[in-house]
Ligand binder design. Structure first.
Ligand code: UDP
Length: 476
C-alpha cells in the first residue's frame, strides 16, 4: 500500500496535563485551539488517565459538538499509589487527606516516567506539549527525536516570582517581608508567611534541587507555552522568556466564550437565577477546584454574605456544608448556593454578576479578566498570594476581601463597600473592562495570542521538516 503523501500528513501533537481539573481544562482548550487554527493540518490528542476522561470530555464540550472531530483522547494508566483507592486520579476530586498522594504520585519521576514513556512511544506524535510538572517529558521527547513544549498553567508574573523566590533566602527577609520582582518594580511586597511552602521550606536544598530539574527541562525543551496574553503581563512576559529558546503567549485559552448550557442542568439553574437579578448586583464566589475551606470559615462567610445585604451566588465544594441555623430562610432567594461544581466561564460574563470573590487561581483570574468582572481576593495556598498581588497591586482590578482568616463582619463590610456604586469596585471594573477588550482582541484573528498560536504550529512544522528527525516533508 502506498504511504500517504508527506504534504498530506498531519502534524500530530500529544498534550499531557497534570492530574487536576484546573490543568486538564486549559490543556483541553489549548488542544482545541491548535486543531481549530489549522483544520486538517494539526491533529491534537490529549492524554489522561482513565478516571480523568470524563473531566477532559466536559472541558472539551465547552467548545461545542465539533470538538470530537478536532481533538482526540488517549489514555494511559495511573500508577498504583499506597493509600489511594483505584479510580482516584484527580487532585480536584479528593479531600485534603488524599490530595497530597496525587501530587506526590504526579511529581514522582520514578513512578510516572515509565507511564509517559510508554504513552509517547505508543502515540508516536510529531510533538509533545507537556505540563511543566511532568518535567521528564522533555527528556523522553528528545529520546524519540520530537520537540517538547512545556505548558504553564499559571502566568508569567507568578512563575517568575516563584522562580526567583526559591533561590532567595527568605529567612533573611527584612521585617518578615520580601519584595517580589524588585528590580522590575512596582514595589510589590509580601510577608514570608504568605509565600508558598516551597519558598519557606526548611529544606531549601531539596526545593532548589527540584527547581533545578524544572529549569533544566525549561532550557532543554523546544519552547514554553503560557496561558496569558501580552497586554496583560507585557514586561513580565519579556522578563520570563529571557534565556528561553522560544515562548508563546497564547491565552486566555478559555476564549471563545462557552456555548449556551443545556436546559435543566445545574448550570442553567444558575443562569436562570442570575437572569432574575439586576445588572451587576450579584457577588459570585468560587474557590477553584483544589482549595479546601474549613467548616468554621464557611460559616463566617455565610454570615458575612447574609449581613452584606447583597445578592450572591456561592459555589461550595463541600457537599456536607452545614449552614448557620435559620440562614437559608433569612437569606431566601437573595442567595444561591451550589454544592459541587458550577459552570464558571458561563456565570462570570452574565450581566448580573458584579464582583467575583476568588482564591486567585490563575484560570479564575483569566476568566474574570475575560468577563470584565472585578475581583475580591481571598487567596489560600500555593502561588495564590503572589497572584493576588498581581491582581490588586499591578493590574488594580480588585481588592483583598480580608486577611487569611475571615470574620463575618469583615466579609460583610468588604463586600458592601466593593459593590457600592461609584466606589472602589466601579474603578476596578472600568480597568478590568479595558483588559477584557484586550483579551478578546488578543485571541481574535490578528491578535497577539492568535499570532503566537500560529507561530507555535509553524515552528513545530518547521522543526519536523528541518529538525533532528530524518523526515523532510513540509506542511504549510
Ligand atoms: N471551575 C468551574 N466550576 C467550579 C469550580 C471551578 O468551572 O465550580 C473551574 C474554573 O472556571 C477554572 C478552574 O475550575 O477554570 C479552576 O482553576 P483555577 O486555576 O482558578 O484554580 P485551582 O482549581 O487551580 O485552584
Amino acid at each position: 500500500m502506498a504511504s500517504p503523501s508527506p504534504q498530506r500528513e498531519k502534524l500530530r501533537i500529544l498534550l499531557i496535563p497534570f492530574f487536576a481539573t484546573s490543568h486538564i481544562g486549559p490543556f483541553a482548550d489549548l488542544a482545541f485551539h491548535l486543531a481549530a487554527a489549522r483544520p486538517g493540518v494539526v491533529e491534537a490528542t490529549v492524554a489522561v488517565t482513565p478516571a480523568n476522561v470524563p473531566v477532559l470530555r466536559s472541558a472539551l464540550a465547552r467548545h461545542g459538538p465539533g470538538h470530537h472531530a478536532a481533538v482526540q483522547i488517549a489514555t494511559y494508566p495511573f500508577p498504583s499509589v499506597d493509600g489511594l483507592p483505584p479510580g482516584v486520579e484527580n487532585h480536584s476530586t479528593v479531600g485534603p487527606a488524599d490530595a497530597w498522594r496525587i501530587d506526590a504520585a504526579g511529581g514522582d519521576e520514578r513512578l510516572m516516567r515509565p507511564e509517559h514513556e510508554g504513552l509517547i512511544r505508543d502515540c508516536s506524535p510529531n510533538a509533545v506539549v507537556s505540563d511543566i510538572l511532568f518535567y521528564w517529558n522533555a527528556d523522553i521527547a528528545a529520546s524519540v527525536g520530537v520537540p517538547c513544549v512545556t505548558f504553564h498553567a499559571i502566568g508569567a508574573f507568578p512563575m517568575q516570582a516563584l522562580a526567583t523566590l526559591i533561590y532567595a533566602d527568605t529567612t533573611k527577609a527584612s521585617g518578615g517581608v520580601v519584595t517580589l520582582l524588585e528590580f522590575l518594580g512596582p514595589d510589590v511586597r509580601i510577608p514570608v508567611t504568605e509565600l508558598p511552602a516551597e519558598a519557606r521550606s526548611q529544606q531549601p536544598d531539596v526545593v532548589r534541587a527540584a527547581g533545578a530539574k524544572l529549569s533544566s527541562a525549561h532550557s532543554s525543551c523546544f519552547g514554553l507555552v503560557v496561558n496569558t496574553f501580552f497586554d496583560l503581563e507585557d514586561r513580565f512576559c519579556d522578563m520570563y522568556v529571557r534565556g528561553m529558546k522560544r515562548a508563546y503567549f497564547v491565552g486566555p485559552v478559555s476564549l471563545p466564550p462557552p456555548l449556551q448550557l443545556a436546559a435543566g442542568d445545574d448550570g442553567s439553574r444558575c443562569i436562570d437565577w442570575l437572569d432574575r437579578k439586576p445588572a451587576r448586583s450579584v457577588v459570585y464566589l468560587c474557590f477553584g477546584s483544589l482549595s479546601h475551606v474549613s467548616e468554621p470559615q464557611l460559616c463566617e462567610l455565610a454570615l458575612g454574605l447574609e449581613a452584606s445585604g447583597k445578592p450572591f451566588l456561592w459555589v461550595v465544594r463541600s457537599e456536607a456544608l452545614v449552614l448557620p441555623e435559620g440562614w437559608k430562610e433569612r437569606v431566601g432567594d437573595r442567595g444561591m448556593v451550589v454544592a459541587g461544581w458550577a459552570p464558571q466561564t458561563a456565570i462570570l460574563p452574565h450581566p448580573a454578576v458584579g464582583a467575583f470573590v476568588t482564591h486567585c487561581g490563575w484560570n479564575s483570574i483569566l476568566e474574570t479578566v475575560v468577563a470584565g468582572v472585578p475581583a475580591l481576593t481571598w487567596p489560600m495556598v500555593f502561588e495564590q498570594f503572589i497572584t493576588e498581588r498581581f491582581v490588586t497591586e499591578v493590574l488594580k482590578i480588585g481588592e483583598r476581601l480580608c486577611r487569611r482568616l475571615i470574620p463575618s463582619e469583615a466579609v460583610a463590610q468588604a463586600v458592601a463597600r466593593f459593590m457600592e456604586p461609584g466606589g472602589v469596585g466601579d474603578a476596578a471594573r472600568s480597568r478590568v473592562k479595558e483588559l477584557a477588550a484586550k483579551a478578546h482582541a488578543a485571541m481574535a484573528e490578528g491578535g497577539s495570542s492568535h499570532g503566537d498560536l500560529r507561530r507555535l504550529i509553524d515552528d513545530l512544522i518547521q522543526e519536523r521538516t528541518t529538525g533532528a528527525g530524518t523526515r523532510s516533508d513540509t506542511l504549510v
